[in-house]
Structure formats: C-alpha cells, structure tokens
Design a protein around this ligand. Structure first.
Ligand code: ADP
Ligand code: MG
Length: 232
C-alpha cells in the first residue's frame, strides 16, 4: 500500500516562496482509479511527482508497503521509479524519430531478456491498447488518442504496480479522451491508477475515487480508506 503523510513542499524562486503542498495525507488502495481535481496551481502535478519519486518532499513521509522513504538515497528512488511506477503525461513524451514499437521496447528494462523477447513483449503491450496494427508507424503518423495509448503501453511495459497520469486527456478531444479514460479504467482493475485532470465530468464518470486539492491542501476525498483497510 502507498501512503503519504503530512507532505509539505515549497518552491523558492528568488524571494518568493510558494507552498505547493501544505500538509497532504492520503492512503491508496492496491487497485483503484483515483482522480485528482483542482484548479491550476493547486498542487496536483507536485503531488503526482512526489508520489512517483520524480520530486522530493520537504517534510512528511511517503510510505511504500509500510516502509518509510525518509532515508531513501537517489539509488532507492531510481529503483522505486523504475520498478513500481509508470508515468503518462499530457504531451505524450514519445520519441518522434522512433517507431511506435521501438518507443515501447526502449522502456523495457527487463534485464537478461533478449532483444527478440523485448520486441515480442512490446508488441503484446501495444496489442492490448488496441494498436497492434500500428507498430511500425512513427508517432507523428498517429492521432493524439493513439499517441496517448502508445504512452500508456510504454508506461505499462515493465508491469508497474502504480500508473500515474498527469492530465492524460488534456490535449485530446472529448471522444478520444473517453477512449483513453476507458483504457485507464481497465488498467486500474489490477493496479493503482492516479490521474490528474481538469475535467470533473470525466473524473465522475470513470474514477472510483475523487480527491480535490486547493492551495496545496486536500479539501475532499470521495472514497477514503476505511479503518479496516488501514485508513486514518
Ligand atoms: P497544478 O498541477 O495543480 O497546476 P503545480 O503542482 O504544478 O499545480 O504547482 C503548484 C504551485 O507550485 C504553483 O503555484 C506553481 O507555480 C508552483 N510550482 C510548481 N513547480 C514549481 C517549480 N519547479 N518552481 C517554482 N514553483 C513551482
Ligand atoms: Mg499540473
């Protein structure tokens, strides 16, 4: 189980101090689809990046399977990110000069696995997101929704326990956005998916839990963990 406890995070730019997160606590289930809502600047991306080990908290704790990360070294964070986390971004972040297949294959860090096996696995992942017939295209030959599905296949390539998505439908039209949401909902059946979104309608329709942030603080949680589940 993943827990964050009283996380604080400030950014300093010159003389200005910005409280990005101001005492946020949350426990997540092994498998659920959590949507984080909040206006621009409320701390959503900061929260996601801290959960994913892309950014560090100033104080508080991130507890992974019961173990505090307070003493984590860079190497521990690297291991956590590489083995437990998949990331999906609004802007896809695909390598434009590589094929769809190569984009997914490059994410595979399975050691001691042959090139042929990696290719096969990458093709399977793309099959699962409905792109089995697009393997040899370049990302710029795909639609936005297809690019986002490549990014999701890539994020899932190493079978992470947690998938984090920062406004994954932010650049997509409504219908394509819905397809991506359907896919994330499917993915969340057997892992934790935490998605930041601006869109309360999509969150209502697809997520199993909605958490709202305002000025770096948690202002609501539609489905907190019960005491039996290890909640507060
Ligand atoms: P959201 O994703 O909800 O729009 P962010 O988490 O990106 O919000 O930002 C929260 C606050 O922290 C904002 O006021 C933002 O300007 C500030 N902030 C975020 N990242 C940085 C950074 N790298 N340097 C300085 N300020 C930052
Ligand atoms: Mg953001």
């Amino acid at each position: 189980m993943l827990q964050i406890k009283d996380i604080h995070k400030q950014y300093k730019t010159g003389d200005i101090i910005q409280n990005a997160l101001d005492g946020v606590s949350l426990s997540f289930r092994e498998s659920e689809f959590v949507a984080i809502l909040g206006s621009s600047g409320s701390g959503k991306t900061t929260l996601l990046n801290i959960i994913g080990g892309l950014d560090r908290y100033d104080s508080g704790d991130l507890i992974i399977d019961g173990v505090s990360t307070k003493k984590y070294k860079d190497r521990d964070w690297d291991t956590y990110r590489n083995h437990s986390i998949g990331f999906v971004f609004q802007s896809y972040n695909l390598i434009t000069h590589q094929s769809v297949l190569a984009n997914v294959e490059l994410a595979l860090t399975l050691s001691g696995v042959s090139r042929a096996k990696r290719k096969e696995h990458a093709a399977q992942m793309l099959e699962k997101v409905g792109l089995g017939d697009q393997l040899h295209k370049k990302p710029n030959q795909l639609s936005g929704g297809q690019m986002q599905r490549v990014a999701i296949a890539r994020a899932l390539a190493n079978n992470p326990k947690i998938l984090l998505a920062d406004e994954p439908t932010g650049a997509l039209d409504t219908n394509t956005g819905i397809q991506v949401m359907e896919l994330l909902k499917e993915v969340a059946k057997d892992r934790l998916v935490v998605m930041v979104t601006h869109n309360p309608d999509l969150a209502q329709q697809y997520a199993t839990r909605i958490v709202r942030l305002q000025d770096g603080q948690l202002i609501s949680d539609s489905n907190p963990l019960s005491e039996q589940e290890g909640g507060e």
